[in-house]
Write a protein that binds this ligand. Sequence first.
Ligand code: GDP
Length: 601
Amino acid sequence: EKLEADEYDIDKNLRSPICVVLGHVDTGKTLILDKIRKTRVQEGEAGGITQQIGATYFPIKSLQKLTNKVNKKHRYKHKLPGLLVIDTPGHETFTNLRSRGSNLCDVAILVVDIMHGIEPQTRESIDLLKKRKTPFVVALNKIDRLYDWNVTENMGFRDTFKNQKKHVQMEFQNRLNETILHFNQLGMNAELYFKNKSIKDTVSLVPTSAVTGEGIPDLLMYVVQLTQKYMIKKLTYLSTFQCTILEVKVIEGHGTTVDVILVNGKIHEGDRIITCGLNGPIDTTIRALLTPQPLKELRVKSEFIRHPVLHAAVGFKISAVGLENSIPGSEVFICGQRDDPEELKERAMKDLNSILNDVDTSGKGVYVQSSTLGSLEALLEFLKQMKIPVFGINIGPVHKKDVEKASVMLELKPEFGVVLAFDVTVTGEAREYAKEKGVQIFEAKIIYHLFDRFTEYMKEVKENKFRQFKDKLVFPVIMKILPKSCFNSKDPIILGVKICEGSLRVGTPICVSSKKNILLGKVVSIQLNKKSIQVAKVSDEVAIRIEGSHYMHGRHFEDDDTLVSHISRVSIDILKEHFQDEMTKKDWKIIIQLKKLFQIN
Ligand code: GDP
């Protein structure tokens, strides 16, 4: 395999680890990757760095040169054949990709802006990395932005730090401490990488600048060490085949193709492959394995090079018929002569099928769309925790037909007539159609942003509903008057009460239960411990103010009378139709009780 250098002391049994770069937007993820690639090119030759599909491959030769500045006497021996870095930085879904239950990515670089510390997306990335047990190192980026920073291009961090003035060093230390504190607040230890004595439970921070290249050699060196030290077992070259789809793309002249990362094993043109499709398993034969042309070869017409065979780890494109419905994040299986295709199909569909189990296509719920199998799974898990039902799912860009499906809900439960679009694009046609139909599309690249927006929207929907039915809405409540706590006996009646069953809301009309004709009026305010509240719950003792009748405490009702909400046929119907979510089983039992009292059929 020509991608691997033979002349180095590499362990032939190890494959190249796969690295992903992630972090909050604008922290410098893209620039760090660019810097690593360009430094080599600027310093004379590309050193065998190859642009692959969705990934850049750094062979050992270039890694050694890139880390020279912090490994001057070559005391540290590189054993790995190289490093495969996934190109689309920050793509949340790449961290979420799994193959055979383990991570697709062996190691991650989490970029944090030293001027900002931990930001929302940083937290989300950390959660993901922890969940997937992916080792990671933090690039504490943009050190050159510290006031008065003295630049020495591409220098190792410790050397350049020595050259800084005292006040710069102090500002650095302050910002470093703040970041460490942020990590502590998240329940993690963090330390400058060369001071970290306990890599297993302490996050290493490598100060970098993607603009000046300072600290970048340290960063690469650390990634190599981290993988060599702790991941040899995982990196031992297996003959078992392991391959995951990153993206599905239509390419002129090739039809629908899939971009994949081969983590383990090898793959040939003509192999029969089986993978997961949205409408069932895909069973096809590889027409071509493609990687991009090297940049220099401009004479060549075709955009891609064809390979008869490729070895892990490598990113490339598969061209084959029938890949239209394939799903990013799913595994590709090779079906050899001795394999049972039916069994492979079952395995290929397993993840999607288990996701579909959580979706109630006949029920009421939202429509969810996501970029990959992994991100869809994460989103559904989240919605389940938040008790938001889902009735439909899809993967890939939101098209008009998706909005059509979501719009079905407008009749069943209007507030669910929405699309939650996670990390996917929305076509213009879909957007127009959604506007026309009144289907809201919520878009976000971060799960909890999506969730925040949706909760905000549900809150609005709820408030509107309460406003709409304000005058006729009555929730069930049964209350006792507290002894000797009548503060005003006639309009406004002011009483201390205890909520025995149900809940009391401002606006509720109140009757005396034993004398059902006595309507005392409406509750205009509730106070709990001298603070105004909108809703009092079971066993709360509150002061209430009732306005709107001529009835008097002490004459028409007494301390031992029970007070109840004045329900009617109309109010019950409104609860049934619009406020099911607000009602518990207990509440409905109280309704039955009150129905008898008011002789409602
Ligand atoms: P991404 O969104 O994380 O991929 O961030 P980019 O790589 O696009 O960088 C965001 C902005 O920060 C760009 O304007 C970069 O030029 C700038 N930037 C990135 N890294 C550095 C750095 O180390 N130092 C300085 N001064 N600017 C940086």
